[in-house]
Design a protein around this ligand. Structure first.
Ligand code: PLP
Length: 394
């Protein structure tokens, strides 16, 4: 095929031209070619999807569920999600207040497109999952990145108020807790303190709670419980049910917001595939026991990694949820977090993600995902131990 006509290439959307490809994927691809590499890079469950969930998908295909479905999603799925949100997080959404999306990723785009205009600003506490900033760029929305590392990787009422006062163009705040990449989460009291400021400001909160089920200590408190009238709640089946490839997420929000969200979703993707929605109905209706089992296993892995990394002299942000450890790179290492991640990959044979992939506050850190088997985690620790011994003997 010939290259694009030069007159056409200059017309590529300016915001799309500015968009950087995911640094996480890029680094993962870069280190994947290292022979024998042990990868603790990607944030995706290593478990198989439960057999009864797979059967529900197969059964859906077998019964010829092959026509366009309802735009907002299967009524049964919206109903079981509303019930699940009540059962697990004490949220009072009706089925009509739930919109099914292609993963939490589409939910993030739909939410931001619906409530933000080009030129508006969105407040994004960092280090954070990179999609929010990318979507803002695509929409011509300005990201105000707020480095939370000085405040234990959390937003506080003081830092929030200061950011809002300094940037009157902020129309929405992104919250993600438990957090990718730090594993920190907010207590109910901390959230209530943020609510005071947010209520006063009248901004939207887009609350991505995709890791809510992977909370290891106290019960997860949803932002939608505290301030539903300003909250766009996001969740999905990817992480909790080991269903990343099914691509089913959802938004819950105030009734009068739903038609706007649904319009955007309709013209972005039409509707989520029937087969994966059918599997999600089964997961959400009958998957509570599996969530508990997986949470327990992640917790054991977390404890093992904390102990082993501590013994090796590493320090990290105390993880309270999700399946990540945000590890401080040794103080005597002269390079940046990218150089350290590359060194670990090339010299120890263990791949993690440079903290800078998650924005301001990520420098001097790397993110390790413990969504990996104990065998793999053991091997990673053995390799890092050997690497450290080699450095000492040099
Ligand atoms: N939100 C956060 C914070 C994530 O870490 C991820 C995936 O890593 C997503 C959303 C994407 O979720 P989904 O697979 O449902 O699109």
């Amino acid at each position: 095929m010939p290259n694009v006509d030069p007159r056409c290439i200059t017309q590529i959307n300016r915001d799309v031209q500015k968009l950087e490809p995911s640094a996480i994927r890029a680094f993962d691809i870069q280190v994947s070619s290292i022979p024998g590499i042990t990868k603790l890079t990607l944030g995706e469950p290593d478990f198989d999807t439960a057999a009864h969930v797979k059967e529900a998908g197969i059964n859906d295909i077998a019964t010829n569920d092959s026509h366009y479905g309802a735009t907002a999603g299967k009524p049964e799925l919206r109903k079981v999600i509303a019930e699940y949100l009540q059962r697990h997080f004490d949220l009072n959404y009706t089925a009509d207040e739930v919109l099914i999306t292609v993963g939490a990723t589409e939910a993030i785009t739909v939410a931001m497109k619906t409530v933000l205009n080009p030129g508006d600003s969105v407040l994004i506490p960092t280090p954070v999952y990179s999609a929010y900033n990318a979507v803002a760029t695509m929409l011509g929305v300005k990201s105000v990145l707020l480095n939370t590392s000085p405040t234990a990787f959390k937003l506080t009422p003081i830092t929030l108020k200061a950011a809002l006062d300094a940037n009157p163009g902020i129309k929405a705040l992104i919250l993600n807790y438990p957090s990718n990449p730090t594993g920190v989460t907010y207590s109910k009291t901390e959230l209530e303190e943020l609510v005071q400021v947010i209520k006063q400001s009248g901004i939207w909160v887009i609350s991505d709670e995709i890791y809510a089920e992977l909370t290891y200590e106290k019960q997860h408190t949803s932002f939608a419980k505290l301030l539903p009238e300003q909250t766009i709640y996001i969740n999905g089946v990817s992480k909790a049910y080991a269903m990343t490839g099914y691509r089913v997420g959802y938004i819950a929000g105030p009734a009068d917001l739903m038609p706007f969200l649904t319009k955007v979703h309709q013209f972005m993707v039409t509707v989520v595939p029937n087969v994966t929605q059918a599997a999600a109905i089964e997961a959400i209706s009958n998957g509570d026991a599996e969530i508990d089992k997986m949470r327990e296993i992640y917790h054991q892995r977390q404890q093992f990694m904390k102990y082993a990394l501590n013994k090796l002299g590493y320090e990290f942000v105390e993880p309270r949820g999700a399946f990540y450890l945000f590890i401080q790179i040794p103080t005597d290492f002269v390079g940046d977090s990218f150089a350290y991640a590359l060194e670990l990959a090339q010299e120890a044979g263990v791949a993690v993600i440079p903290g800078t992939a998650f924005g301001p506050g990520g420098e001097r850190y790397v993110r390790l995902s413990y969504a990996a088997s104990m065998e793999k985690l053991n091997l990673a620790i053995e390799k890092i131990t050997k690497y450290q011994e080699e450095i000492k003997s040099e």
